[in-house]
Design a protein around this ligand. Structure first.
Ligand SMILES: [Ca+2]
Ligand SMILES: [Ca+2]
Length: 102
């Protein structure tokens, strides 16, 4: 699926990008956020996030799949700044502003 491939690619970029890289276009982030937010309430719940990650990882071989899902889980916790177990659009975006292309 196209959106899942995009999501997995973006998550890898989040995890591996150097702090000064400009790698992710705002439009790509917006479409990833929309793809992950399956009930369209403008936030990505933990379930929505892990479902998206699970779809993205389903063809990965072990042990990469487990490592990927663990990294994704950690990323969710790090990005959920207000601790409401959901990511707003701002929280979903990478915490390092330079990763976004302006
Ligand atoms: Ca949602
Ligand atoms: Ca939150």
């Amino acid at each position: 699926m196209k959106t899942s491939a995009l999501l997995v690619a973006a998550i890898f970029l989040f995890l591996s990008a150097p702090a000064n890289a400009c790698l992710i276009q705002d439009e790509e982030l917006a479409s990833m956020f929309a793809a992950a937010d399956t009930n369209n309430d403008n936030s990505v719940s933990h379930d929505e996030y892990m479902t998206g990650a699970g779809n993205a990882a389903k063809n990965m071989p072990e042990p990469y799949k487990s490592a990927f899902l663990q990294n994704v889980k950690t990323r969710f916790t790090e990005n959920d700044k207000d601790g409401d177990k959901a990511l707003s659009a701002e929280e979903f975006y990478p915490p390092v502003p330079q990763q976004r292309c302006r």
